[in-house]
Ligand binder design. Structure first.
Ligand SMILES: C[S@@+](CC[C@H](N)C(=O)[O-])C[C@H]1O[C@@H](n2cnc3c(N)ncnc32)[C@H](O)[C@@H]1O
Length: 260
């Protein structure tokens, strides 16, 4: 698919299965066996291949959850500096002394002087276009986005929504709508008394996003390549059929972006 000057194409980073054996050996040793709500074997394999291929000097992960993807980041890049962010670090089941942890959103972090070959791994379910803008501002060289669905019922806006010129109407449950009303009401009450408010919480809960052609300009200006990461279908279909066929709302692939 050609958007503006950007070639958005599917690619298999491990066509000749160069990394597959290493990955499977490591996968058997993973410290967390139940990672429901986090990356499955296919996502982890793509992450592992990206890191082995790029050999980043620094990896920043946003959305650490239990710490399983962080563990694979360490295994794939024994020498890289690793920083992990999550808005709730209490969920961590695996921790490492090699990792610096931060309980906050990356958008409020002061990244400066990033080394060459810095990779940002994003699995925090935030709007991917907003994350792309932040990554450009911070000066990352590579971005790995988990979850590439362009489904209407997905959890957040993705690069794929953008590439297919789709807007995203976040579907809310009745309980979420009631909760949002309460949050909104409390914020407005504060405003009545002229108090400072932060609507980050509300913004996080209301994730609708339109298709803006200006984002294509942004991509054309700052993005070198966008890859939709594929895997060895035959192998995963045969050996991990449940995961392979369980596309759910998250899509099956991940996205790798190389910035200019
Ligand atoms: C899908 S899980 C991450 C799974 C993890 N990468 C793994 O597979 O091992 C998403 C995580 O993002 C975190 N999160 C939500 N909003 C965030 C934000 N704004 N910044 C950083 N993390 C956030 C959640 O607390 C949750 O732990």
């Amino acid at each position: 698919m050609l958007i503006g000057k950007i070639n958005y194409k599917k690619t298999n980073l491990d066509k000749n299965n160069k990394y597959l054996k290493d990955f499977l050996n490591i996968y058997d040793l993973r410290p967390i066996k139940n990672n429901i709500g986090g990356m499955n074997i296919i996502h982890l394999y793509n992450l592992y291949c990206v890191i082995r291929k790029i050999k980043p000097t620094m990896v920043v992960e946003s959305g650490a959850y239990k710490g399983l993807s962080s563990w694979f980041i360490l295994k794939a890049s024994p020498k890289a500096k690793v920083y992990c962010f999550d808005t709730n670090l209490n969920q961590l089941e695996f921790k490492s002394k090699r990792i610096k942890y931060f309980e906050r959103d990356i958008k409020n972090f002061n990244f400066y002087n990033l080394p060459k070959k810095s990779l940002l791994v994003l699995d925090d379910h935030q709007n991917q276009i907003e994350r792309l803008k932040q990554s450009i501002l911070f000066g990352f060289n590579y971005i790995f986005f988990d979850d590439d669905s362009d489904d209407e019922n997905h959890d957040f806006y993705t690069i794929k929504h953008q590439m297919k010129k789709k807007k995203f109407n976040h579907v809310l449950s009745i309980s979420a709508i009631i909760k949002n009303f309460i949050i909104f009401f409390k914020l407005m009450l504060k405003k009545v008394f002229n108090q400072f408010i932060s609507y980050t919480n509300l913004e996080y809960r209301l994730r609708d996003y339109n298709y803006f052609p200006s984002n294509i300009l942004l991509i054309n200006k700052y993005v070198k390549k966008i890859y939709s990461l594929k895997i060895n279908n035959k192998f995963f279909k045969k050996n991990y059929p449940n995961i392979y066929f369980n596309k759910k709302r998250n899509g099956t692939n991940q996205t790798l972006i190389i910035l200019k």
